[in-house]
Write a protein that binds this ligand. Structure first.
Ligand SMILES: O=P(O)(O)OC[C@H]1O[C@H](O)[C@H](O)[C@@H](O)[C@@H]1O
Length: 477
């Protein structure tokens, strides 16, 4: 039987976490000062101590933090104004108050008892939902989930194979209602239902904008539908129907997700020293400016692997413009300790590593063994091993002077996840203000979308001409 474990305690009640941290300080050869802000109403905390210039290079000094904090105050005012006016993009930060979980629950009722939910969407219209469902899988009702967010034909076929379509529901999500991949996959799924003699109109729920082809289709077939709220770009829509329909079908606590996000919203203040989300956004921005052009997101929880993908979209698509931006990389603790960590510790000092660590988690004892050299494992649990590995990795980077930041969650549950998603969105919006970019547009992505449509005969798009103009230097045998 799994037992509860907390990062702070081992079986004897001593603080292994603290011991490991002390060891890391010692090995780093300095006094690491953790800038941890514990807020009563939210539990996402951020420790930027290992990003200080006294620890790492690149790093930021305390004086540097104070200077950036003046910019944070200005940015915060801009963000609050945007939220109050419901401006495009900023409106996303109002979702915890504006999303109606009852409306979502009512809309999913006709398909709530499905065995499998196939979500058809891409980018922001898939990753938020996938992040929530994957992170909270253990708390759901066992509904199998499939996310069709690619058009690789073999992969799509494999995903659909073996599904009992009479027990399967379709969740189509597209803000624009026009995205080629999503509409093509939807047509494929519909045809599969038709071929199996299952009425897809009885088993489909649509989330889309107020107008567009998908909206017309939903109206024509009288499908249950939800709206992507105005002013909310896809990658900021996880806390709307875009991210929560799949969660509701899986019977996850979407109310708690929104409550956690609402608590995080209350933590937004005009100072990074008071606000973990802004502390993260400002530190990442500051370190990028000092040479950390890469941000490796490394959660220490398998269930947060998809979160790293979601974060990568958020960070890349929001900040990558005007020759600016920090490249997000997806990593996973402990798995990537045995691969990427070599580069993070001993490679160029151009990275910030961001850890996400739940403080408490389900645990499982490691069985005793009669092999003497493995006896130390038999005394512990998988959770303790995970914690020790995290502490060791964090220390290994700090000791090598490589900057890293720790985002701490109490545990992985609906409220904590809601807070994490909201906090990272707020961090990204703040970073966008500090960079001075248009956080909520993605013209480079639109360019490729236009080129694709042009190639497929979906209209006249000059971007398609670039395909013909490709420079070739082929090496053949
Ligand atoms: O929701 P949709 O309109 O189908 O868009 C899906 C995705 O399309 C594009 O690639 C955008 O850059 C993404 O931000 C968006 O999430």
């Amino acid at each position: 039987m799994p037992v509860a474990s907390s990062r702070k305690r081992n079986r004897e009640g001593t603080s292994i976490f603290r011991a490991a941290t002390t060891a890391s300080r010692r090995s780093a050869g300095h006094d690491k000062t953790a800038l941890v802000r514990a807020l009563a109403h939210t539990s996402m905390n951020v420790d930027i101590g290992n990003a200080l210039s006294s620890v790492a290079s690149p790093g930021i000094s305390r004086a540097g933090l104070e200077r950036i904090d003046e910019q944070v105050a200005v940015a915060h005012e801009r963000i609050e104004r945007g939220m109050a006016d419901g401006e495009h993009g900023y409106e996303a930060l109002n979702l915890p108050e504006k999303t109606d979980p009852d409306e979502i629950r009512t809309a999913v009722e006709p398909v709530a008892d499905c065995e499998t939910l196939v979500t058809v969407g891409i980018g922001g219209s898939a990753l938020g939902a996938a992040t929530i469902v994957d992170a909270l899988e253990a708390q759901g009702d066992g509904t199998e989930t499939v996310f069709l967010d690619n058009v690789d034909p073999a992969w799509v076929s494999r995903r659909l194979e073996g599904l009992t379509l009479s027990e399967t529901a379709i969740n189509v999500v597209s803000r624009s209602g026009m995205t080629a991949e999503t509409l093509a996959n939807f047509l494929v799924v519909r045809e599969a239902f038709d071929s199996a003699g299952v009425d897809w109109t009885e088993r489909t729920i649509v989330t889309t904008g107020e107008s567009g082809p998908l909206r017309e289709l939903a109206d024509r077939h009288d499908l249950p539908s939800l709206a992507v709220p105005d002013g909310v770009p896809g990658r900021y829509a996880a806390l709307s129907a875009v991210g929560l329909v799949a969660a509701a079908v899986c019977d996850l606590d979407i109310e708690a997700i929104l409550e956690g996000a609402a608590a995080e919203r209350k933590s937004l203040t005009g100072s990074l020293f008071e606000c973990p989300a802004y502390a993260y956004g400002a530190t990442a921005y500051a370190l990028d400016g000092r040479g950390a052009a890469v941000n490796a997101m490394m959660p220490y929880a398998e269930s947060l692997e998809t979160f790293a993908e979601w974060f990568a979209q958020l960070w890349a698509e929001s900040l990558g413009k005007d020759d600016l931006g920090q490249t997000p990389v997806r990593a996973l603790g402990v798995t990537d300790q045995h691969s990427q960590l070599q580069l993070y510790r001993a490679g160029p000092s151009d990275k910030l590593v961001t850890f996400v660590t739940p403080q408490a988690h389900e645990d499982r004892p490691i069985p005793d063994t009669d092999v003497d050299s493995l006896a130390y494992l038999g005394d512990g649990t998988l959770g303790e091993l995970l914690e020790a590995e995290f502490s060791a990795t964090e220390a290994s980077l700090a000791a090598a002077g490589q900057p890293n930041v720790r985002i701490e969650l109490e545990r992985i549950d609906a409220a904590e996840l809601g807070g994490l998603l909201y906090g990272m969105e707020a961090a990204c919006v703040l970073a966008g203000e500090l960079y001075g970019v248009n956080t909520f547009e993605q013209p480079a992505v639109e360019w490729a979308k236009n080129a694709t449509r042009g190639l497929l005969g979906g209209g006249e798009f000059e971007e398609a001409d670039a395909v013909e103009a490709k420079t070739e230097l082929r090496i053949e045998r």
